[in-house]
Each structure stands twice: as C-alpha cells, then as structure tokens.
Design a binder for this molecule. Structure first.
Ligand SMILES: Nc1ncnc2c1ncn2[C@@H]1O[C@H](COP(=O)(O)OP(=O)(O)OP(=O)(O)O)[C@@H](O)[C@H]1O
Ligand SMILES: [Mg+2]
Length: 335
C-alpha cells in the first residue's frame, strides 16, 4: 500500500512569540517520523511524508496515498487541534489510523473527558474549571480538597504541568491558576491531588481493544510526593524508572484494566491510546487523562517503552496500530 504519514515536526510549526516556553513540547522529532516510516517500509509499504499544516493539505490533494498513518497534533491554541487532520481526511473519504475528529477533540479537553469517563463509572479526581480571571476572583477555594493540582484544561505532554503545580492552600490554588490562565490562554482545571502510584496503560486494537501493558512510573529518588511533570519528562533517563508489567496486586491490575477499557470505549477511541491513572494506597485507580494520539518516539515515548518491556519492538507496535485500522477498513484490505 502507499501509506501517507501526517505529522507536525517541532521545527516546522509556526513560531508563536506569545506562547509559553513549552509550546513545542507535543510536536514530533524527525527520529519519530523515521522510526514509523522504517516500520511501515519493513512491511513492504511505500511511505509518503505528508507533513502537517499547509504542507499536508497540498500533499494530500495530490491523491497519491491509499491510507494515512496519522500522528499530527494540529496547530494553534485550539482545543480541537488534534481533529484538524482527521477532519480533512474524512472530507476526502480517505482512511486513516487512530481515533476520529470527535474523539480527538473531546480527549484534549480534560474536564469534558472526565465528565464522560465519570458517567461511565470510572473514578476520577474531583475537579473544577476556571474559565477566566474574573471567575477566579469570585471563586472561594476553601471547600475544595487540598492538596490540589492545577493544570491547563486543553493540553498534553505535561505542558503547564510542573512540580510546583501542586497547591497546599486555597491561596496557592488561586495563585497558580491565575498564572496559568495568563500564560496558556485557555481555561484551567483545578483537581484534587491524588497521592499514590503513577501508572500508564497502553491499549491497541478494536474488537476487542487489548491492554498491551500497565507501566508504573517510579521516581529514582524518594520524595514526599511524585509528579510526572515536564521537568521529569525532559530528563526521564536520570529521574525515573519504568516498571512494566507493574508489580501491583492482581486485583489492582484488574481494576486498572477494567477502568482503562471502560474509558477507551466510553470516549469512542480507535486503534490505540495511552491512559494515565494515579492509584491510591487503598488500590483505587483514578483516571487522570487519555491520549488517543500518544507519543510514538521509539526511544522516549511511554507507549513504545511499555511495548518494549512487554517484548514488542517498535515495528511490532506500529504494525499492530496499522492492522487495527486496516481491519476497520474493508476497502483497504482489498487494495
Ligand atoms: N490530580 C492529580 N493528582 C496527582 N497528580 C497529578 C494529577 N493531575 C496530574 N498529575 C501529575 O501530572 C502529570 C501530568 O498530568 P496529565 O497526565 O494530566 O498531563 P498531560 O500533559 O496530559 O500528560 P501527557 O504527557 O501524558 O500527555 C501526571 O502524570 C501526574 O503525575
Ligand atoms: Mg498524561
């Protein structure tokens, strides 16, 4: 097959001088694109690099591909940015890997995602959204559980998430929220801070979706509390250990698996996703957020690291995502 690869490279994203210093964090590196292309070519497909933004629009209109392997994060500060590329592909009736525009847009909105997941019966930390500085001034945080964690409502890759995002007083909640509102130019979510183990769950496939691994993220140095913050993600090799399969009791692993699959289905995800939880000392997994376009960097992506520890190499993971999409697409199977 001729497979198009859609992506947004860090160094091709338009500069935005008003954006915070971490605004390129979610975009991809050439290493990731080359890793995916290599995996697809190893299966005898030819790969066309479509890029992102206007370059993607021009190249997709050449009509030279049969299916698109999509990892484009989308452009701008819009909460629906991950839906941009799949929306164009649906307009052109072009099959692609991964979730559809509705799912991708919903999942970048953390509060909206939490409402749907909670409705499906999955535990998630208490939360409250602040839309503006004036709303923040009118809010009394004294009845909100402390410690609290404050993050931008529509971000990923730990943008806006630091060790200092944890507040231990209501005054601190207001202080952190005010700064985020100003810098990230979007609503802010205040969440109950969940102390306990950090785990991330990989899912691949559709009928049925399969949990391919549950990975615990452990700080190398013991601290009072752990946050898988931007500082940690940028220096993961020296700061954390990844344990996969997570050495947790089988009943806890079962609750994490059930919660992850319930969330994947409730949100209408397809082909693959990675879901983050915090597990309380009593063994309850609390859903934090879901990534229907998780990072696929062969060396540093959490999903590829997890897959590697479960005995899959990067090529096996990319192949499994492609196969999940192909099984949904009758037309592709006959090509
Ligand atoms: N309510 C919370 N309680 C405790 N820790 C939290 C909470 N919310 C976020 N964190 C910490 O901050 C990290 C980043 O938060 P979150 O996963 O929501 O951000 P993200 O930017 O969407 O992440 P990703 O890089 O996975 O896309 C979590 O992995 C966790 O360590
Ligand atoms: Mg996360």
């Amino acid at each position: 097959m001729r497979i198009g690869l859609s992506y947004d490279l860090k160094d091709r994203v338009p500069r935005d001088v008003a954006a915070p210093e971490d605004y390129l964090e979610e975009y991809d590196s050439l290493e990731t694109i080359e890793g995916i292309a290599r995996a697809l070519e190893a299966r005898s497909h030819s790969v066309v690099r479509l890029g992102g933004g206007k370059e993607f629009l021009v190249s997709i209109l050449q009509g030279t591909v049969d299916l698109v392997f999509n990892i484009a994060e989308g452009l701008g500060n819009y909460r629906s940015r991950e839906a941009q590329v799949p929306s164009v592909l649906e307009m052109l009736d072009m099959p692609y890997t991964g979730s559809d525009p509705l799912c991708l847009a919903v999942c970048l909105d953390k509060p909206l995602t939490k409402s749907l997941v909670a409705l499906a019966g999955v535990a998630t930390p208490k939360w409250q959204v602040v839309n503006s500085a004036s709303q923040l001034k009118e809010t009394d945080w004294r009845s909100f559980p402390i410690p609290a964690f404050i993050k931008p409502a529509h971000e990923g890759s730990s943008k806006g998430v630091r060790l200092a995002s944890r507040a231990v007083s209501s005054a601190q909640v207001a202080e952190i929220a005010e700064k985020l509102l100003e810098h990230y130019r979007q609503p802010v979510m205040v969440e109950e801070f969940i102390a306990g183990d950090e785990v991330t769950v990989g899912i691949v496939g559709n009928s049925p979706p399969q949990v391919i691994g549950i990975m615990r993220i452990l700080p190398k140095k013991k601290t009072d509390y752990f946050v898988y913050s931007l500082e940690v993600k940028r220096d993961w090799e020296s700061l954390v250990d990844y344990e996969c399969p997570a050495r947790l009791e089988s009943s806890i692993l079962k609750s994490i698996t059930d919660s992850a699959l319930t969330a994947f289905r409730a949100l209408g995800c397809r082909d693959f996703a990675r879901i983050d939880f915090r597990v309380t000392p009593d063994g309850t997994p609390y859903f934090l957020e879901i990534n229907p376009l998780p990072g696929l960097n062969p060396r540093s992506g959490d999903l590829p690291i997890m897959a590697g520890k479960m005995g899959w190499n990067h090529g096996t993971l990319i192949s499994a995502i492609l196969d999940a999409a192909l099984r949904r697409c009758q037309r592709c199977l006959t090509q």
